[in-house]
Design a protein around this ligand. Structure first.
Ligand code: SD4
Length: 289
């Protein structure tokens, strides 16, 4: 019997999860499905944390981070990529067309152009207006669950039982120029092992990097923890490492090889979307607070 395909994604990105999920039901590979799924949010101008329309850094540069990981364990990543609407697809090209895992900044842009990606202004009128508003006070403070936490992380299990994942973001709104978060870091924002399962993160990237959260979750699942238990332990680790944990959000979702799902976060308000049995459901995540 063929495994039942499943797609899960952070937040309520139902269009993205439906796109990926329906592809899975047509027999598309998990790798193609995650790429196509997260591209929906990269193109969505209303999402101010991913791709086109993403919030800029303090200095007004829109810089994108993304990664993708295949069932084989191969992965690709781009960081500080400007002017390319679909960093996840550039990350996939890094994985498939170069001997490297990660390309940054100017080099990543050059590579993208060589691969035929079009340069585009991603700084929309709306995001420029919001940035100018922010410049008045320049308050550098994360807002829990709002705006600057709309990163899409997605995991897909296809009808062959293979798992792939992707994560794409413009990072924290009004970050310092040059700042990279967890989302494009293999092991932090995303990790999977096709024998075990996968995990993706959203929230304050610094604490997710410090705990190598997604890798931790997969390793805990390897040791027999359920995806739910593994996500809870990873969040508890972050809480222990960061006495100021009430000031930010950190959230994980995880999918095991047998289709079990887990999700946990610090503050309530985070949810994940699942496409299974040809329909989407949005589930509020359990939270520490
Ligand atoms: C980052 N983890 O760059 C990302 C931000 C995020 O929804 O998840 N936003 O730190």
């Amino acid at each position: 019997k063929k495994p039942t395909p499943i797609c899960i994604a952070t937040w309520n990105f139902h269009e993205a999860s439906k796109t990926a999920g329906e592809l899975l039901y047509k027999g598309t590979s998990a790798l193609d499905a995650v790429e196509q799924g997260v591209r929906i949010e990269e193109a969505n101008l209303k999402n101010t944390t991913v791709g086109n329309g993403g919030a800029p850094d303090r200095d007004g540069n829109v810089t994108l981070d993304a990664c993708i990981m295949a069932p084989s364990g191969d992965c690709g990543s781009v960081v500080y990529l400007k002017e390319i609407e679909h960093p996840v697809s550039v990350a996939r090209k890094v994985m498939e067309e170069t001997p490297h895992v990660m390309l940054a900044g100017e080099g990543a842009l050059q590579f993208a152009i060589q691969q035929g990606f079009q340069q585009k202004n991603l700084f929309t009128k709306e995001s420029e207006k919001a940035w100018k508003e922010w410049l008045k006070d320049k308050e550098y403070k994360p807002i829990i669950n709002i705006e600057n936490h709309d990163t899409i992380g997605m995991l897909c299990l296809d009808d062959k039982g293979d798992i792939a994942g992707a994560c794409t973001t413009s990072g924290l709104a009004y970050k310092m120029n040059g700042r990279i978060g967890d989302s494009p870091i293999i092991g932090a924002g995303l990790y999977l092992d096709n024998e075990i399962g996968g995990a993706v993160a959203t929230g304050m990237g610094e604490v997710i990097m410090k705990s190598v959260g997604s890798f931790l979750i997969v390793e805990l699942m390897r040791q027999g923890k359920s995806p739910q238990e593994a996500c809870e332990i990873a969040v508890q680790r972050i809480i222990k490492q960061n006495p100021n944990y009430k000031d930010f959000q950190a959230a994980f979702i995880a999918l095991s090889k047998n289709g079990e799902i887990g999700s946990y976060c610090i503050h309530e308000g985070f949810s994940y979307v699942k496409f299974q049995d040809r329909k989407n459901t949005n589930t509020p995540s359990k939270s520490y607070l």
